[in-house]
Design a protein. Structure first.
Length: 289
């Protein structure tokens, strides 16, 4: 199991930083993820990710180790309103190599984020909202404050994202996606076109607990490009995934199964992932306040 996957893009811009986001229960202080082989001891793992949470349940630091040696760290800081204000990356010598600074308006809506590399502005994102506090535009600017691209968003009567339109730096439409929802306000279809070769639909279904249990990508002729199916346990942990994908004239079928060991807070402390001819184990050491 690749531990880099734990550090998602959402975490990288500071929007996925709570215990709930990480599906952790109780007052968790830290979690160490150990990727191991043949059920070895955690101290002998190939890669370790250690995450620290404050008493409010907010992610404040991540440390990455390779073969027991410290590699780099990520640090998060928050303002008085619990919005993230700063995200920093430090190398193995504890030198800051990059930083993202977040700016919020009086309604606690994110207006801007600026990315720095070695204290030099690299690029930035700017956000606009309507009078319903719905995000209606995201604009990306490169280092010299030149527009790189932008996206516009519109919403249906229930406040759900209906359409997203992507523009290039000359304000030309390059892609568009529209969404459909069921009565439970769950996304069930996304239609994406780029006015050239791409014209696809992605269909989604959910289990009784609201977990997404399938996604199906179709081309413009309604032929399958790929399909993903998921099964979860009673705690929301993924226990089976099936991926089917068309590769030329072949249908590729990949099935993975996961088995967990839980602690008394129902947090998993061991995960065994099995697929054809492969087996991977991840152990988690969890510390509580």
């Amino acid at each position: 199991m690749c531990l880099n996957a734990f550090i998602s893009n959402a975490q990288m811009n500071g929007l996925n930083n709570t215990l709930k986001d990480h599906k952790l229960y109780g007052k968790v202080k830290s979690v160490s993820h150990h990727s191991i082989k043949n059920d070895e001891n955690p101290e002998e793992s190939n890669r370790t990710l250690k995450e620290y949470f404050d008493e409010k349940g907010r992610l404040i630091q991540q440390e990455i180790y390779d073969n027991g040696n410290f590699n780099y760290s990520l640090k998060y800081q928050y303002g008085a309103n619990d919005s993230i204000t700063n995200f920093q990356h430090f190398d193995k010598a504890n030198h800051k190599t990059s930083e993202t600074v977040f700016f919020f308006n009086s309604k606690n809506l994110r207006e801007k984020e600026i990315n720095y590399s070695n204290d030099t502005i690299e690029d930035q994102f700017q956000y606009k909202y309507n009078d319903k506090n719905q995000q209606i535009e995201v604009a990306y600017f490169i280092y010299n404050n030149t527009l790189g691209n932008k996206s516009g968003k519109s919403y249906n009567s229930k406040g759900l994202l209906f359409k997203k339109t992507d523009f290039d730096n000359k304000n030309k439409i390059v892609a568009e996606s529209t969404n459909k929802y069921n009565l439970q306000k769950q996304l069930i279809e996304t239609h994406t076109v780029n006015f050239e070769e791409i014209d696809t639909k992605t269909l989604y279904t959910y289990d009784a607990k609201g977990n997404e249990n399938s996604s199906l990508l179709l081309d413009k002729n309604k032929q399958m490009i790929y399909r993903l199916d998921f099964t979860y346990d009673s705690h929301g942990n993924l226990i089976k995934s099936v991926q089917k994908m068309k590769v030329a004239t072949r249908l590729l079928d990949i099935t993975e199964s996961l088995v967990y060991t839980l602690d008394d807070k129902n947090n998993w402390t061991k995960s065994i992932r099995t697929s054809k001819n492969k087996k991977g184990t991840t152990k988690r050491v969890i510390e509580y306040y």
